[in-house]
Design a protein around this ligand. Sequence first.
Ligand code: SAJ
Length: 426
Amino acid sequence: MSFVTISVIGLGYIGLPTAAMFASRKIKVIGVDVNQKTVDTINRGEIHIVEPDLDTLVAKAVADGYLKATMTPEEAEAFLIAVPTPFKPSGKGEIPEPDLTYIKSASMAIAPVLKKGDLVILESTSPVGATEKMAGWLAKERTDLSFPQQAGKEADISIAHCPERVLPGYVVQELVNNDRVIGGITSKCSKRAVELYQIFVEGECVITNSRTAEMAKLTENASRDVSIAFANELSMICDDFDIDVWELIALANRHPRVDILQPGPGVGGHCIAVDPWFIVSETPNISKLIHTARIINDSKPEWVVNKVKQAIWNFLQANPERSVSNVTVACYGLAFKANIDDLRESPSLDITKNIISQHAGIVIAIEPNIHELPEQLKDTCKLITAEEAIISADVHVLLVDHKEFIGLKLSKIDCDYLIDTKGIWK
Ligand code: SAJ
């Protein structure tokens, strides 16, 4: 049975591009979101997030009548749930627990419109067992329908977990080209989910079960987190030994079977610093390496701030005529990684905020991808260009390897007062 209407629940960074992609293949798509402003923006053919090429895709899909947004779910043959899976609030040093509230409320919202033959897919990154929980919530709401966890292949409804794996900034290409992990509760569910994704996915759709699919997504991001933690630990060890960590990693990576990632100011973004906790919170006594990697990466910003404090102290020792109140610290980069404007969950932003709160002098910020500072920095910091900062600051903190920072004339910077967390100015 082919799909005439598809519904995507949650029109954010993943849901909206996915909805637009199905619509671009001339399938009727009903996008559902709890935010009226988001719904209105999309229905005008506009977008509320920054993602290359998504604006034209959405504008065309809406203009051609294949995509509409609404706050109330309607009947469809397939429902894709792409809502956030944040943490519950936790104290310092405690393991954060995943919060499945949004998945539960999305399930409650679609339950009344489900009918025999429908497919429900959970796309949100989720702890192991979340898809089965979702199936349980749906079954409880619709006792008139049968579900795969009870009825197996005979079930009225098919359910699968198919995690998204796209890289922000490349979502439109990666949605089409990446391989897809398809984890059905039964093999019939997987088969149905493959039929759905094959509408636009050109990568391979690889079948497994729902729990393995959940763990595969968490593993991808935990693997990267562990590798970055290794690089960050090396950077702190090398600092003690007075060894250039970037030279060291480049040398080690010449080994044909070694591939170490790069150190930095810490790990940011909404995925790599979050997803490993979904493993640790369920298996705290076994996932020791994954847990330690999280602790190492989360501790790196504080280490950087301490290096900055040391550099300010060194500067004052060498320049006794200066007082701390007129020492200027320049922070180059606020985004969570290179060449993007996304400041959320950014270690660079945290480091800048901490320097501001701990330094009695002046702090300036350089972020070529934004036009004005975020609210939290507006009153305490000035946004200037890198060229101006190189001339006017005393202590320089390179936090992001933005392309604009590469190839600058650095002769005015004194290496004794430079903290280069990305190794591009060393
Ligand atoms: N980072 C380093 N050193 C490195 C690489 C990255 O310090 O060598 C830092 C970055 O500066 C950044 C953080 O790690 O702060 C995360 O950046 P990223 O580029 O590794 O990942 P994201 O968060 O932009 O996107 C990731 C991707 N996952 C993987 O590469 C395994 C993407 O494919 C996922 O779809 C996405 O997470 C997600 O939704 O989970």
